[in-house]
Structures are given as C-alpha cells and as structure tokens.
Design a protein around this ligand. Structure first.
Ligand SMILES: C[S@@+](CC[C@H](N)C(=O)[O-])C[C@H]1O[C@@H](n2cnc3c(N)ncnc32)[C@H](O)[C@@H]1O
Length: 454
C-alpha cells in the first residue's frame, strides 16, 4: 500500500491544535493545510514530527506539549505511546466520553439526518482492567530478547514490546511477561501466532493457536503455566472448529466459562471463542438499560435480532411472555438454547423462548419467525449494522425498538431507514464499553405510533 505519497518535511514543527478528530488525534493547520497530530489535544500548542505527507493533509506525532489541555492526564500504562491497543489514554475519561457523544450525534445527523429527542446519560464503568476478551499477537523476535506478546504498535505492523497491559483484566494483563517467558524457550516459539483470552466471572481461558503440532515438552510447559494461574487452556491447531480444551482435561470436570446478569438472576455459559461483550460492568448496565428502555410487558412478544448466546434474550424472557432470538451462527443458537435450559434448571422463570439461525443481511422475509408479529424489537448487530432488518422493520409491527450499536455510522444509516419506516428516534446515548479506544458503543430507542408502545 502506497501511503506516503510525498516526502514529509523533516525536523520538529510547532502547531496549535483546534479540535479532536474521530480517531483521537488532534487537528490543526499549517499554512492552511490540515495536520492530524497523534498525542495532541484541542487547545494545546505542541511540537511534532511529520510522519506522512499527503496532497490535502499531513500526519504527525507530538514530541513535546508546550501548553497542556486541562483534559490531559497521565496514561496509566507505560506503553501507551507505542502500543496500538489504546489511542486515548492521555485524554481524561470524561472528555473521551464527550468526544464519543459528539461522534454519535454528528454521525446521526450526517448519515441519518436524525437527532434524538432526548440524550441518555453515558454508561460508565472501570476504565482500566476492564477487557475480558482479547486477541494477543505473538511473535518470536530474537533482537527483542525472545517472544513478544501483545497488540500491534501504533504506526507499524510490528508487535509492541510490552510487559503488562493496563486495560486487560489484571489477572491476565499482569501476566504478559510471564507468558513471554514461558513461550520463549519453546521449540514451537516461532509457530505460535496468537493467544486469545476469554474471561468469565469465575474463570479465564487462553486459546493458543499453533501452526505445527506441539511437542510434549512444549505442551506441558504451557499446561504448567496455566495450572499455576488457574487458567483453562485450549489449543487451536487449525481453524476455529479445531479448538479443544487440554486443561482441565476433558471429562475431568466441566469448567465452562460463565457470567451472571444479577439484575435478572440469569447466568450465561459460553465457549472461549463465542462472541461475548468485552466489558462485563458495562454489559450488565447495558442489558439492564436496554430491557428497561424496551419495557416489555408481561404478555408481550419480543424479537431479539443478532442475539448471540442470549445476552439480551434471557433477561427479556424474565419479563415477557415470549422471546424469539435470531442469530447467524448455528453454534450461538445452540449456546442460546443451552442457556435457556441451564437457567430453567437453576429455577429462573422464563417466558417461552426460541432461537433461529438466519442470515439477517439476506432475504429472511419468508422464514416462519419473520412472518409473525412482535410488540418489541431489540437489534444488536455487528459493525456492518442491520440495513436489511431496518429497511423492513415495520413488518414486525413493534411499537418500540432498542438498537445497540458498536458503529455509529451504521447506526445512523439504519436510524434514517427506521425513520422512513415510520419510527421516531426518541433517545440515544453512548456507553463506555471500550475506554481509551475510539470505538463508540451506543444505544438508541425508537418508537412508532400505531405500534404497541405504552
Ligand atoms: C454485536 S454481537 C451481539 C451478540 C449478542 N446480542 C450479545 O450481546 O452478546 C452481533 C451478533 O450478530 C451475529 N451476526 C453477525 N452477522 C450476522 C448476520 N449476517 N446475520 C445474523 N447474525 C449475524 C454474530 O454472530 C453476533 O453474535
């Protein structure tokens, strides 16, 4: 990819930063040309070095801050300048949220031509040690003293040499050095490209991808590392279907990962490579907020689209007579069904609950569940959004829709489609699901007169 189409000016330069970009970089101008400066905040005067020069804008990295913004804070992580895992640790948490709110409302106006009647207060949780799911890259780099484990660097494809991670759950974030030390002497050290982390409320699993079969000595070193820390160990010799547990040994016990949603008395079981929300404190608040905003009544029929393992489906089923969950992955449909059985066995009273596998980007109009009517609709799509669903949302007859989004641009597009279907955007707000990154998680509520929304 040819990125630097001009030779950037050499040396240090000085700039005043006017505003913050959607990607967390400060934006200023030199001789009328826009410059995006990493590590700089609005109101600051900084020295910077150019890294790329393009026809209409330039890019640089701050080297010295002369007048600091009151919103500037000291990053908690010593690797914040290099590691690409986070881009906004130098900005206070409240300002990060204000920026995310701005992004949400700008995108709603720009792509959807809509504004909410009411702004929901942001959902806030722990800003460090929150991340329960991560894919850590692994690379053997002799020049750096062995195996590196972590995220890519900010401006290069190389893995940042980190010894800890402040946003990962501390039980894992503090084990980066130990993980590097156990992987470095292995025969297969250059055949292990990634380690995935998945944590539940009572357990942590590592899934180690390896490109060649592991020797007994290598495997027992990794098992020993996990045993000493109480981590479950899964190995992945091929594609996702090859993931298998090696410790605790299969059959010995059933150490399934679980998380609880105490507001609903529900416990969800999951496999380490299932989709789960990365931030458990925000997830608990988000599920409670979504259910409260959707406000299903005891006799209601609710449709939960992109339902995954039932994160919203089961809580909704504690309130409504009927919930249908629809999801693209058959494995997740099975997990949802298991979770219903698991919670009924625990004595949780759930309304009628059923799951279907369907491609919600495709033509689902003639599937049995899509021909039925529902009182409430919950939509929680991937980043690409729910265009096909929103284009025909009125077919379901729901008086109220709650839309949970991890991409404000597709939410905005879909909000415009819902408005065209006769819905009104009542409320919207951001949720601090991914502190220190520029990911914007949001929630929006739509209603339609003529539908059933009391
Ligand atoms: C953001 S996740 C939400 C999952 C669940 N609601 C939760 O809170 O855990 C999006 C879900 O959509 C599913 N998905 C992605 N593309 C899909 C498609 N085209 N049709 C149906 N489901 C899809 C994914 O498998 C994933 O479970």
């Amino acid at each position: 990819m040819k990125r630097n189409n001009r030779r950037p000016p050499a040396g240090e330069h000085r700039i005043h930063i006017d505003r913050l970009g959607h990607d967390g970089r400060g934006i200023g101008a030199i001789d009328g040309k826009t410059v995006f400066v990493e590590g700089a905040l609005p109101g600051e005067d900084v020295s910077f070095r150019y890294v790329f020069s393009r026809k209409t804008f330039d890019e640089g990295v701050a080297s010295q801050v002369h007048t600091a913004s009151p919103a500037r804070v000291e990053p908690a992580c010593p690797h914040a300048d290099i590691c690409g895992g986070c881009s906004m640790q130098h900005l206070s948490g409240d300002e990060q949220l204000a920026m995310k709110q701005r992004v949400l409302f700008e995108q709603l106006a720009h792509f959807g031509n809509v504004q909410p009647r009411e702004v929901l207060p942001p959902l806030v949780g722990e800003r460090y040690g929150y991340r329960r799911k991560a894919r850590l890259a692994v690379k053997f780099v002799p020049a750096k003293g062995g195996v590196l484990v972590g995220f890519r660097e900010k401006r290069t494809p190389y893995i940042a040499a980190i010894d800890s991670c402040a946003v990962l759950l501390p039980e894992v974030g503090r084990q980066i050095t130990a993980l590097r030390e156990v992987l470095t002497p292995l025969t297969a050290r250059d055949r292990i490209p990634q380690v995935e982390v998945a944590a539940g409320d009572d357990g942590i699993a590592l899934v180690i991808r390896h490109l060649d079969p592991l020797s007994e000595a290598d495997q027992s070193a990794i098992v020993g590392f996990c045993q000493a820390r109480g981590f479950h160990l899964y190995l992945q010799p091929g594609n996702e279907s090859t993931i298998h547990r090696v410790w605790p040994a299969p059959g010995e016990s059933d150490p399934r990962l679980t998380y609880r949603l105490d507001d609903f008395g529900v416990e969800l079981r999951f496999h380490p490579n299932d989709f789960t929300q990365v931030n458990s404190s925000i997830n608990r608040q988000m599920v409670k907020l979504a259910v409260d905003l959707l406000d299903p009544q005891p006799g209601d029929r609710v449709l939960d689209l992109f339902c995954g393992l039932g994160n919203f489906t089961l809580p909704l089923a504690t309130r409504a007579a009927h919930v249908t969950g629809v999801e693209g992955s058959q494995a997740m449909v099975e997990r949802g069904t298991e979770n219903v059985a698991h919670n009924r066995a625990r004595g949780v009273a759930l309304g009628e609950t059923r799951f279907f596998a369907a491609n919600l980007d495709g033509d689902f109009a003639n599937t049995p569940w899509a021909r039925e009517r529902y009182d409430r609709l919950l939509i929680d799509p991937p980043r690409s959004g729910a265009e096909a669903v929103c284009r025909q949302a009125s077919r379901f007859g729901a008086g109220r829709i709650v839309y949970v989004s991890c991409n404000p641009a597709t939410l905005a597009r879909d909000a415009g489609l819902l408005v065209a279907e006769g819905y009104v955007l009542e409320k919207a707000g951001v949720m601090d699901m991914f502190p220190h990154t520029t990911h914007v998680e949001s929630i929006a509520v739509f209603s339609r007169s003529g539908g059933k929304a009391r």
